[in-house]
Design a protein around this ligand. Structure first.
Ligand SMILES: Cc1cc2nc3c(=O)[nH]c(=O)nc-3n(C[C@H](O)[C@H](O)[C@H](O)COP(=O)(O)OP(=O)(O)OC[C@H]3O[C@@H](n4cnc5c(N)ncnc54)[C@H](O)[C@@H]3O)c2cc1C
Length: 427
């Protein structure tokens, strides 16, 4: 059995503090003990791993998920909670690179997410308030207008918004305009991924927490080893996104795990609540360095964007990002901030999510480029079909070879310098 790779033993980490972690209680989780076999093994219990496990288990396949920490510990349990559609590229480019189905699939992903939450009855504060994708200058405005035209030609229903409409919606004149996507929504991501994990377990999937996979062997079957046991499986999925380690040679070096930071206010007083996204819409800015925000079910303002390029680990020092929010909405100064955290957004060199195949029996799906809530949810059932039925099951994205990004290990330094330069330039 040829050895693929080995990573050093790791210890499980607790949920990082966040506005979401503060709302849930600890759940008893079991780690893998001993040597077992299964049909499909999945590494990583984020939305991707849990959604795929759910679909496999509902279809009658034996599936086991191995999670280094606990379900939702990664980006899935600490993101901005925006259920957005689309990929980074405009439809014309996506059609050229991946085909028309990739466009349709990515714009339908929020609808699939809503349908799944409703079908399973997941209690995750889901609201279908729609979402804004907005521009802050004339160049970005022209890009948004071009996107609107491309979507209209494909009968994807989005609505243009001018500067005045955005001022009324967001309580700031920061925007030149944007588009409104009625399919978008918001949710509490930790409650969501926990709900998915529970549904997968209810359907027969086995999820082991505190179980980092430290070695992978691939022969006639796959063998995933942990510190206290192993899983032998016919098929595997690696769903480790921004937390990808050295298990698969080259995979980590093909990804840019950039940190994004979120600060959450105390519940907003009524005048601010009425001024900022009163319909519980979500909003994100287009451009290179962008901000995103929403008001959650408790009336807290969650503002996300650039921040430190290392784990915050519970420090409550939201200085820079909170100061920006207070500059945009001066009324926030009197409200105060309760939570501050960050996590790894997983970028790729071509800005597409990457599907990789290892022979006929192994898959990795990584690099969601900060838009994973709806896409990972929607990808779960198609990855499950591929794992179950092989290549006769189509994927909406073409599978690609792993491509190492030159100078990838130095990326955190590059990102920090770039953010500092942007600050100096006032961008
Ligand atoms: C701060 C922030 C804000 C974001 N905001 C949004 C947003 O508003 N909307 C949106 O659509 N997207 C957003 N994203 C992106 C989105 O959260 C991700 O695209 C999505 O959660 C990826 O899900 P995943 O299941 O692929 O990976 P993850 O949720 O990151 O899960 C990967 C899991 O793999 C586990 N793992 C890694 N290595 C091993 C191993 N060797 N053995 C076992 N387990 C392992 C990790 O512990 C982790 O739990 C945001 C991300 C961040 C960080």
């Amino acid at each position: 059995m040829p050895l693929i790779d080995i990573v050093r033993t790791r210890t499980a980490q607790p949920l990082p503090p966040s506005a979401y972690a503060a709302q849930v209680s600890d759940i008893a989780r079991s780690s893998l003990q001993g040597d077992v076999t299964t049909d499909v093994a999945i590494v990583g219990a984020g939305i991707m791993g849990c959604s795929t496990a759910l679909a496999l288990a509902e279809g009658g396949t034996n599936v086991m998920v191995l999670e280094a920490n606990e379900p939702g510990w990664g980006a899935s349990g600490r993101n901005g909670g925006q259920v957005n559609s689309g990929l980074k590229h405009v439809p014309e480019e996506v059609e050229k690179d991946h085909g028309a189905e990739a466009v349709r699939f990515s714009y339908d992903a929020p609808n699939r997410t809503r349908a799944l939450i409703e079908r399973l009855g997941i209690d995750c504060d889901y609201a279908n308030g729609g979402g804004y994708r907005v521009a802050t200058d004339a160049k970005l405005q022209a890009e948004v207008e071009d996107l609107i035209r491309q979507l209209e030609r494909r009968n994807i229903p989005v609505q243009p918004r001018d500067a005045g409409q955005m001022r009324a919606a967001a309580g700031t004149d920061r925007y030149t305009g944007g588009l409104f996507d009625p399919a978008a929504g918001q949710l509490n991501p930790l409650k969501y991924v926990r709900g998915l994990a529970a549904a997968a377990e209810g359907a027969g999937a086995v999820i082991h927490s505190n179980t980092p996979v430290i070695q992978v062997e691939h022969g006639a079957r796959w063998k995933l080893s942990t510190a206290s046991g192993s899983v032998t499986a016919d098929k595997v999925l690696f769903a480790t996104n921004g937390y990808t380690d050295g298990l698969i040679p080259g995979l980590r070096r093909s990804l840019l795990p950039v940190f994004s930071t979120i600060v959450a206010s105390k519940p907003l007083p009524e005048p601010l609540r009425a001024a900022i996204l009163p319909g519980r819409e979500v909003l994100y800015e287009t451009g290179l360095v962008t901000y995103y925000y929403r008001v959650d079910a408790d009336g807290r303002f969650l503002f996300g964007g650039r921040g430190p390029q290392s784990p915050i680990e519970g420090r409550m020092e939201p200085g820079r990002i909170a100061a920006l929010a207070e500059r945009i909405w001066p009324g926030l100064k009197a409200v105060g901030w309760d939570h501050y955290w960050n996590g790894r957004v997983c970028l790729t060199d071509d800005h597409y999510p990457h599907v990789h195949e290892f022979g006929e029996t192994g898959l990795a799906c990584v690099g969601l480029n900060g838009r994973g809530v709806a896409m990972t949810t929607a990808l779960g059932p198609v990855l499950a079909a591929r794992l179950r039925d092989g290549r006769q099951a189509d994927l909406p994205l073409k599978a690609t070879q792993i491509r190492r990004i030159p100078f990838q290990p130095f990326w955190p330094l590059g990102a920090t310098i770039r953010l500092a330069v942007n600050d100096v330039l006032g961008r």
